[in-house]
Unconditional design. Structure first.
Length: 445
């Protein structure tokens, strides 16, 4: 049997796309493999968000060129596909820079992979169109679903933050219909999926066609997915503060399946920097929004994204970010040094912050965020929680899963508990995971 190796970089939507590409190749008779050496097709699903992510692809392509040559000597053909956001952003430039590449395909065209691969036998192929047809209508059924699954409900972004490539690589905001999302979710549930994470670059701007033909928001969509038998948990990511409407905040109070965890990127705590980033909200507005969300769902765990060293950021402005983090308290967060991206407005600015200053600020911010994360984990010790078991654990006899607040937990239980909700008492906080003990239902109640 022919084999396909698919590697994904970047965000959860890329992970979703990578899985769907594996489905397309599966339908074409390619079995998935983890070993790149034995792959007849290699797909790199790339990320363009920061320079580091984008450059990784070229070093990987250098290695693949050697591998492709070795396989050829052994009489084996290897097709190399570059997909994802670098493909979208750089198109045929990739062919010029990386001679081993056969196909370049953007995030909206990967349903055409079989045809593109066939054409690549004659000539090298680039497809970075935003096609009129909807790729979702052309994708085969999903395989390998597991217990917790991502589901793309919205793609693209109309916000144009000054640092960000997403509006260019993923295009304008498009929402799938409630019917399309619930149909995919129902199939996942039938196959044993218990938790669905609704994903979109700007998921809380979701505005798809509702079941009644009108327009539905993310709160409506969440209600529709929560009504599907078997779906016990719903999450969504990633969101913009300005799209946290009252109905969505209320959904956190009213829909039991909507988990008490929210990833809400703020990027900076300085009003001047926020304005330069074109975020269209202030630090104070973000704080007030968090208050309202906490009023609706007091135990909600918060997560965020931060950029340090945006052009022109002063020490005092960076301190505003530190203060915002200290005041709000995050369960987890991602933080990055600003990386200028070609084609974005901020890339043209001449007041870049020196690399060494960015590094210092990042280290200070990450130290604070780490302290908050550990404090959150330690505070969970002694609590009784519900774990959705996802897989076997690192040690024999153990399984691993997540709490409603998205904390990883390991505990002793048979593998047959995978896919079940288990009451667990947290007994210890490790570096990256909590350890617990299953509690009999009667005791937990
Ligand atoms: N430089 C650094 N970080 C960036 N992000 C997006 N663009 C850039 C950039 N040019 C970060 C933001 C965003 C997350 C997905 O990546 O924090 O929320
Ligand atoms: Fe990276 Fe953004 Fe593309 Fe996701 S959408 S892969 S984060 S550039």
């Amino acid at each position: 049997m022919k084999k396909a190796f698919v590697r994904s970089y970047g965000c959860q939507m890329n992970a979703y796309d990578a899985a769907r590409m594996a489905d397309v190749l599966g339908q074409e008779g390619y079995a998935a493999t983890d070993s790149v050496e034995e792959a007849d097709i290699v797909v790199l699903n790339t990320c363009h968000i920061r320079e580091k992510a984008a450059e990784k692809v070229y070093s990987e392509l250098g290695r693949l060129r050697v591998l492709k040559g070795e396989r050829k000597l052994a009489g084996q053909d290897t097709r190399i596909v570059v997909a994802g956001c670098v493909a979208q952003a750089e198109g045929s430039e990739i062919l010029a820079r990386a001679p081993a590449v056969d196909v370049v395909v953007g995030p909206q065209s990967y349903h055409r992979l079989p045809e593109l691969l066939a054409r690549s036998r004659e000539t090298r192929v680039v497809d970075t169109e935003f096609p009129v047809e909807d790729k979702f209508d052309h994708l085969p059924a999903r395989r390998n679903k597991g217990v917790s699954a991502f589901l793309t409900v919205q793609e693209g972004c109309d916000k144009f933050c000054a640092f960000c490539v997403v509006p260019y690589t993923r295009g304008a905001e498009v929402s799938r219909s409630v019917a399309a999302v619930t149909a995919e979710a129902a199939k996942l549930a039938e196959a044993g999926v218990r938790e669905i994470t609704l994903i979109g670059q700007n998921v809380n701007a979701y505005h798809g066609e509702g079941l009644d033909g009108g327009s539905a928001g993310l709160a409506d969509l969440t209600r529709a997915v929560a009504a599907i038998p078997g779906i016990g948990r719903i999450r969504y990511t990633t969101s913009h503060p300005n799209d946290m409407g009252e109905d969505l905040i209320r959904a956190h109070a009213e829909i039991p399946a909507l988990m008490p965890y929210l990833h809400l990127p703020v990027q900076s705590g300085s009003d001047r920097v926020l304005q330069a980033m074109n975020r269209k909200h202030t630090g104070e507005q973000y704080r007030r929004l968090i208050e309202r969300i906490r009023a609706a769902r007091p135990d909600i765990a918060l997560s965020s994204d931060f950029i340090v060293g945006f052009p022109g950021e002063t020490e005092a402005e960076f301190e505003d970010t530190m203060r915002l983090v200290a005041d709000i308290g995050f369960q987890s967060a991602f933080s990055f040094k600003y990386s200028p991206r070609p084609g974005t407005p901020a890339a043209d600015r001449e007041d870049a912050v020196p690399e060494s200053v960015k590094s210092e600020r990042l280290a200070a911010l990450q130290a604070l965020l780490d302290r908050q994360r550990h404090a959150y984990q330690n505070a969970a010790v002694g609590s009784l929680t519900e774990v959705l078991v996802e897989k076997v654990g690192r040690h024999p006899g153990q399984v691993a899963g997540k709490t409603p607040h998205l904390l990883a937990v390991q505990f002793e239980a048979p593998a047959s508990s995978i896919g079940r909700f288990v009451a667990v008492r947290i007994v210890e906080a490790g570096a990256n995971s909590l350890f617990g003990e299953a509690v009999p239902r009667a005791e937990a109640a």
